[in-house]
Design a protein around this ligand. Sequence first.
Ligand code: SF4
Length: 387
Amino acid sequence: MARLPVLRPAAQAEPLGLYLHIPFCLDRCTYCSFTTTRDRSLQPKTHQRLLEEVRSWGAALGRPAVDTLYLGGGTPSLLSQDELVELTGAVRAAFDLAPLVEATLEANPGTLDLPWLQQARDLGWDRISLGVQALDDGLLGRLGRIHGAAQALEALELAERAGFQRRSADLMVGIPGQSLSKVLEDARTLAATGLEHLSIYLLDLDKACPLRAEIEAGRLALPTEDEVADVFEGLQVELPRLGLEPYEISNYARPGAESGHNSRYWERRPYLGLGPSAASQLDAFRWTESGNIAAWTEGRGTVDFQELDAAEALAEIPLLALRLHRGLDWAVLRGQAQVLNLRPLCDGWETRLRGLAREGLVLWDGDRVSLSARGMLMSNGILQMFV
Ligand code: SF4
């Protein structure tokens, strides 16, 4: 809070995205590295602390305008109905929600019922993102998910019945034992439910977790890189046929149904994150709350605060925008670099991007630059130039 004099004007300059992190799950998935715990005894205290954070940040920043809200986790659908009412009310009181265009909540299909969903909808939450991951009970069991395939499809239907017209699902690629044809079949089944958005994630085992231990012990095998690339290529062809167009490396949506909150991350627009491990970015400032849930709840956690210099902030623009299918206007970036005396840095990136265009990985259309479909598959390597 010592930096409030610089944060407050940044928070008033344009509407923010507000992210709230609910760090509880019924059980721990075998691949999970998110900040979450099964210890629900902490939930009442953590909830009270989150309410205090919402109130104090809203007041400190001068009740700033918020145009996208996101309740993530963990499993936000583990909030009781009373807790959801209190939290939503606190947000409405502490922030100006007049410009709100989207209020998303994440939910685990194994924790939903119709009254909870109806109440969430009545409170103004209008978009739901369900962690489906796969429609195969064997694969779901391997991932340690608490739900089966039928329950995931039922949750999508329940959400629709509760009035959630904006529904998204996560699908995972790269699970040991998962085949290309099964991923495509799952994508077709999900698209047939009429959902408007699909996020496709590659199984990420960078951090220690039970699934990684199984693989290291040789009891399970990951698909090869070529097999994974085949799945992503297959999805790039199949999903547009199902009406779901790619708009970001991992995200597909029906026209006009892109995630407003997530898009702000790629457009490098400001956001405030509250809750353990939540990240914020205002102007050149970025910070992450402590990921130690007990410490955060008691107000003891250390905040990791960073002030980006001009070159770092400039590099983040193409690093994030090139994840989007529409890419970015390089003339605008060049102009920003000129003002900041960083033209040589920007020209160096441009030379490399023009070289990648000759390899078919990058597309130039006048000043607009974006990754090709093949470039999207190799984005990790390409985007390294901005890190
Ligand atoms: S539901 Fe999500 S946050 Fe919870 S353990 Fe599973 S992957 Fe992690």
